[in-house]
Design a binder for this molecule. Structure first.
Ligand SMILES: Cc1cc2nc3c(=O)[nH]c(=O)nc-3n(C[C@H](O)[C@H](O)[C@H](O)COP(=O)(O)OP(=O)(O)OC[C@H]3O[C@@H](n4cnc5c(N)ncnc54)[C@H](O)[C@@H]3O)c2cc1C
Length: 501
């Protein structure tokens, strides 16, 4: 091992630890500085009343062979440590105008089901299924940073996947809602609009459906906490150093080259390379002099839409749900009356009912969670008004969610061990992410065409990883970006990049 060159990493989330692991595999002396008391960032679990609340992962793309991310998770040490559960459905819609819509992961089953709801939409349903299958058969290389692909690599990717590339080109510019509006059936229009954010690019949704069809994204039994423990163990076993409770306040630059970082206690930590794997806004506008940042990146930070923040509901229920079909997103139920969450109005909500993981709830009990998009400003203002109004608003949302569950599962209100709400304020305090965003940039038709730099020409030794450099966010892009900065550092040093396998 070459322990001569030092890499300091800001942030001990998935991206920071992935960079740390690949840094160690390639012989660098690595220290991860994490402001929190434990690793994980937004990918975390916490204990409450005997439950282990899963605060993030619904599914991990690349948990099974069939996509390049699989070898990455293997290098990162999570596959040997964790069992994965594969759902047969993506999302289960209850009562859309009296009809149940099941988004089966099997495209043939999905086609039959959607046709049974709306035979008049057979052409559009056929087009949808055709593209899910087309993308499931594509093989887009993800074994290298895009910046390191040569023109002939790109042409090979295009040539090998021409029909899928054409399809993605067509759907990149279409939002999910624009696609949904083409259905004659009001039920299918509503189902697609409520699937995820209707502003997302349709190509993003198609890719997710193709991953589900290939069964390459499983839920890690034990939840996000178990996943992060495995990642952290791999990093420490490889000899990586971890400094917890160390908030970094500055990236130190001399003559256009980073020489280290400074922590909030004013200590200087020397290194040859600095990898920022934390909130992009903080790094570019607080920790660094913006003079180093190229105009394209500055524009992106000023104009692109971020994932909204969340109200994250969790409840421990003293009952089981044996016969309920599980799905990646969960059971989507309508509210009796639309629910106002900050400045967002919700018609429906998805409850994830963890009847498929008995390791995170006490025997005979079940964890239930729900995510509701909301805006940061509303919660910030409310929080500033004081603890009482902030608490009352959270209690109001808890009551409304319980009422909705009660309608679906009569008597459930008597089975509540605990209920809790995390807000955008919690997300921002816990992870530092801008306005409490939980995934960075929203993959809209506009944003997926925008290149977000992870390295700046006039700033040597500085690299960025994490969901702020990977539009669409999520664990695989975060980890992949961590791996790729190490590959770029190796390239800059003339070292052959090594995988763990
Ligand atoms: C409810 C929920 C569900 C999700 N579901 C999925 C899913 O099913 N599948 C999927 O792939 N993804 C999912 N995600 C998204 C995924 O968890 C994130 O995209 C990913 O974990 C981001 O990792 P990261 O390392 O880029 O960023 P972060 O997790 O934000 O990590 C950044 C780290 O940097 C630290 N930090 C910040 N500032 C500083 C500083 N100044 N000094 C030192 N440390 C600092 C933070 O404390 C944090 O630990 C979900 C997220 C949420 C919240």
């Amino acid at each position: 091992m070459r322990d001569s060159k030092k890499v300091n990493i800001i942030g001990g989330g998935v991206a920071g630890l992935a960079a740390g692991i690949y840094g160690r595999l390639n012989g660098f002396e690595v220290t991860v500085f994490e402001m929190g008391k434990r690793t994980g960032g937004v990918c975390t679990s916490w204990k409450k009343a005997g439950f282990k609340v899963n605060g993030s992962i619904h599914w991990l793309i690349g948990s099974a062979p069939g996509i390049d991310f699989y070898s990455m998770w293997s290098d990162l040490g999570v596959l040997d440590e964790i069992d994965f559960y594969y759902h047969d459905s993506f999302i289960e819609f209850k009562d859309i105008d009296g009809v149940e819509v099941h988004f089966y992961t099997d495209p043939n089953k999905l086609q039959q089901h959607l046709l049974s709801i709306s035979p008049v939409d057979s052409r559009l349903i056929g087009e949808l299924i055709h593209h899910i299958k087309l993308l499931s058969n594509a093989n887009f290389t993800m074994d290298r940073a895009f910046g390191l692909l040569h023109a002939w690599d790109w042409s090979k990717v295009f040539m090998d996947n021409m029909p899928a590339v054409v399809a993605l080109g067509k759907y990149n510019n279409m939002s999910v809602w624009e696609f949904a509006k083409k259905f004659k059936s009001k039920i299918l229009r509503k189902a697609f609009r409520n699937f995820w954010s209707p502003d997302m690019s349709m190509s993003f949704l198609l890719l997710q459906l193709s991953y589900a069809a290939n069964r390459i994204g499983g839920y890690p039994i034990g939840g996000s906490g178990k996943f992060m423990d495995a990642l952290t163990k791999r990093y420490l076993d490889l000899g990586g150093k971890l400094e917890l409770g160390q908030k970094i306040s500055k990236v130190i630059v001399e003559k256009n080259k980073t020489v280290g970082i400074q922590s909030a206690d004013s200590k200087f930590h020397y290194s040859d390379f600095v990898v920022s794997a934390c909130d992009g806004y903080s790094v570019l506008f607080k920790l660094l002099d913006p003079g180093y940042i190229d105009n394209e990146t500055l524009d992106a930070y000023r104009t692109l839409e971020t994932f909204p923040s969340l109200v994250f509901f969790s409840a421990g229920l003293n009952r089981t749900f044996e016969d309920l079909r599980s799905s990646i997103i969960g059971l989507n139920i309508p509210f009796d009356k639309k629910l106002q969450v900050g400045n967002f109005l919700h018609e429906r909500v998805s409850f994830q009912i963890y009847n498929f993981d008995n390791t995170i709830s006490p025997i005979g009990k079940t964890l239930v969670t729900a995510m509701l998009d909301t805006d940061f400003e509303f919660w910030q203002k409310l929080h500033q008004k004081g603890e009482k109004p902030y608490r009352e608003e959270r209690s109001h949302i808890e009551r409304e969610l319980l009422k909705t569950l009660e309608k679906e599962f009569p008597g459930i209100s008597k089975n509540v061990d605990f209920m809790d709400i995390a807000t955008p304020i919690t997300f921002e305090n816990w992870t530092g992410n801008h306005n409490g965003s939980y995934k960075g940039w929203l993959p809209t038709p506009g944003s997926i065409k925008t290149k977000i730099s992870s390295h700046f020409e006039n700033l040597k030794g500085f690299y960025m990883a994490g969901h702020w450099v990977a539009t669409g966010g999520g664990l695989p892009p975060a980890a992949y970006s961590g791996r790729e900065v190490i590959r770029q550092i190796c390239a800059s040093e003339g070292i052959n990049f090594e995988h763990g396998q």
